[in-house]
Design a binder for this molecule. Structure first.
Ligand code: IPM
Ligand code: MG
Length: 367
């Protein structure tokens, strides 16, 4: 079968890691006789440089026409002037909205071989395996008013935290349905003691919990959740929360896995049926940013992108066996002791981005 994948590499290490994600997909295609066609689009700072905006219409079109999207990273010091009218980040935020990808799935697993790579105590990391469901098209990132102005008090700014019942309900549903395929536990994260939006969230989460009596629900405040993620991370199964809280908690959670560079993500939405069959349309990206400090040095960890490619195979194309094959290749490379600098500890073999990508491809070809 032939599948079309829009590839949006973006800035910094985005192109380097995405190239390895593509190599991994090509290798899977060879082994399992699928044809993956890649169509590249501009996004982020490079798109600003070439077209004046971070998300050209053509990029949205390429993505809409594709069966799924593989995304790199956006941003960098060149475009970091806070008073600039266009920002690379508008590229990723804009495409999530344009494609209506409201549910962001971020699995966090502390792999046995990588416990040492985390600064946390190994004994607290055993068995850590949860998924954060982050609401992705609402809240502070998008709601209006959102602006800056000047009055007699000086410079002012406002961002608005709005959520509708519909938005909260549909993201909670993603979490509960996922929990039913896992360990039947949902932690619903809010700030209901302070925020009106948090009170709406909790009200709906309580209603939803009653609709899923087989799932055990915990309602937890976001600050307490931040603490529990460090103290008792093994207690989580599915965590569900609003956009901004999810952004912050997933960076924190990546420390459990050993490095930001390892974590993949899937963003899914309303377009439930994929014309390629078997799955639903989605955008896949590592959770890390463009890491300008190591960009161009062949030092980035491509596993976040490669594992995102595995999620793409599973969720957008319904290719479960292929996804597992790729994930096993990654696990083998790690258990063989190969490490990019971000996950290396004393005694490990340090490899480059391209070497890591090639090792994964070798294991895909010769498991
Ligand atoms: C993420 C990133 C983005 C976000 C940035 C790059 C806009 O931090 O995907 O977590 O805040 O959503
Ligand atoms: Mg983030």
């Amino acid at each position: 079968m032939k599948y079309t994948i829009a590839v949006l590499p973006g800035d910094g290490i985005g192109p380097e890691v995405t190239t390895e994600g593509k190599h991994a997909l090509d290798a899977i295609g060879q082994v399992f006789s699928h044809q993956f066609e890649f169509v590249e689009g501009l996004v982020g700072g490079i798109a600003i440089d070439e077209t004046g905006i971070a998300l050209p219409e053509e990029t949205i079109e390429i993505s809409r026409r594709a069966d799924s999207v593989l995304f790199g990273a956006v941003g960098g010091p060149k475009w970091d002037d806070p008073s600039a009218s266009v920002r690379p980040e508008d590229g990723i935020i804009g495409i999530r909205k344009a494609l209506r990808l409201y549910a962001n799935l971020r699995p966090v697993v502390a792999q046995k071989d990588l416990l040492k790579a985390s600064p946390l105590k190994e004994e607290n990391l055993i068995g850590v395996d949860f998924v954060v469901i982050r609401e992705l098209t609402g809240g502070l990132y998008f709601a209006k008013p959102k602006k800056r102005w000047t009055n007699r008090n000086g410079r002012m700014a406002v961002d608005t935290l709005t959520y509708s019942e519909k938005e909260v309900r549909r993201i909670l549903k993603v979490a509960y349905d996922l929990a039913r395929t896992r360990r039947h536990r949902v932690a619903s994260v809010d700030k209901f003691n302070v925020l009106e939006s948090g009170r709406l969230w909790r009200e709906i989460a309580i209603e939803m919990a009653a609709e899923y009596p087989d799932v055990e629900t915990t309602h937890i405040l976001v600050d307490a959740c931040a603490m529990k993620l460090i103290q008792d991370p093994g207690s989580f199964d599915v965590i569900v929360t609003e956009n901004m809280f999810g952004d912050i908690l997933t960076d924190e959670a990546s420390v459990l896995a050993g490095s930001m560079g390892l974590l993949p993500s899937a963003s899914l939405g309303l377009k439930k049926v994929n014309k390629a069959g078997g799955g639903q349309f989605g955008l896949y990206e590592p959770i890390h940013g463009s890491a300008p400090d190591i960009a161009g040095k062949n030092a980035a960890n491509p596993l976040g992108s490669i594992l995102s490619a595995a999620m793409l195979l599973r969720l957008s194309f319904g290719l479960e066996q292929e996804a597992e094959h790729l994930e096993q290749a990654v696990a083998r490379v790690i258990s063989d002791g190969h490490r990019t600098p971000d996950i290396a500890t004393a005694g490990d073999t340090v490899v480059t981005t391209t070497e890591m990508g090639k090792l994964v491809v070798d294991h895909v070809n010769n498991p």
